[in-house]
Design a protein around this ligand. Structure first.
Ligand code: GUN
Length: 282
């Protein structure tokens, strides 16, 4: 069998951003995204700078609020309140993870649900569970769904196995695929027979955060493999999938970098535009 086709997330994301550039140019006011970053986590700083650059490139405003790692939870909540009340700010995200002295759930719950463009507020989590069109869908799962729909416009009946149960990827991904009529299994660190379960998947979503965890002999011939991992080993980027071997078994596969990562940013911008439209009643 031929090697898997590479899913070019970088190029698909570029087209989404191009489409958004046109839409943003017709807005009466620039949509504005506020990004809150606490502390000096290097990866978070890189991601947030990339989000800001991408937002500005499509004509949006994007301000990064870079707070000291010892900022109190109260100060952070107060900044979010200010941004909630600012009618010129349409989207707010707080980069995760937060330092251990801050309760992430308190922080996420402080963001006005209509400005919660990450979709992490319990109201948006619940709206997605309820299959409401008003739900703000988290950017990474939304981007992955977009890629999967390029391959399978109708996902009905496909068995998707998600590796990882995080609140940012695994859990919302499961809900989103269930809402699209997939059969969904989540496996995680306490699952005893991961390889056997992944073997049954038509679609594998690797979001476990460990370099090259998913091996070729876990993959059913012809399965679609999506790699969410962005791990760094000695400064080198590494996905959760053993790409070089898995590509010999899969039908489609995302690369790292250039797969899911650019889609996440494009979908964050799409959510910000959507939030702008809703807040300006267009
Ligand atoms: N940390 C890792 N991924 C994300 C994300 O999509 N949004 C936020 N806010 N933090 C993250």
């Amino acid at each position: 069998m031929a090697d898997a086709q590479i899913i070019d997330g970088k190029n698909i994301a570029r087209m989404i951003r191009l489409n958004l550039t046109e839409k943003v140019s017709q807005c009466s006011e620039k949509p504005r995204l506020a990004v809150i970053l606490v502390g000096n986590d290097e990866a978070s700083l890189v991601y947030d700078t990339a989000k800001q650059r991408a937002a500005r490139e499509i004509g949006m405003d994007c301000q990064i609020y870079h707070l000291d790692e010892y900022v109190t939870e109260r100060e952070l909540l107060d900044l979010i309140s200010q941004l909630n009340e600012d009618i010129h700010v349409h989207g707010i995200i707080v980069q995760l993870p937060l330092p251990p002295h801050i309760n992430s759930l308190h922080v996420l719950m402080q963001i006005a649900p209509e400005k919660d463009v990450d979709g992490f507020h319990p109201v948006n989590v619940g709206l997605m569970q309820a299959k409401s069109p008003l739900a703000m869908i988290p950017a990474t799962p939304k981007g992955i769904l977009f890629l999967l729909k390029q391959i399978y416009p109708d996902l009905s009946g496909k068995h998707a196995v998600i590796i990882g149960r995080s609140a940012i990827v695994g859990r919302p991904m499961a809900t989103l695929l269930l809402n699209n009529d997939c059969t969904v299994t989540i496996v995680h660190t306490k699952t005893s027979n991961i390889a056997d379960i992944v073997q049954q998947a038509d679609i594998v979503i690797a979001a476990c955060g460990k370099c090259h965890t998913v091996k070729a002999d876990w993959i059913k011939s012809g399965a679609v493999v999506i790699d969410v991992g962005i791990n760094r080993i000695d400064g080198k980027l590494c996905g959760d999938v053993d790409f070089e071997n898995v590509k010999k078994v899969a039908s489609y596969i995302t690369p790292v970098p250039g797969g899911v990562g650019p889609m996440t940013i494009a979908m964050l911008l799409a959510n910000t535009y959507e939030a702008y439209l809703r807040q300006t009643n267009i």
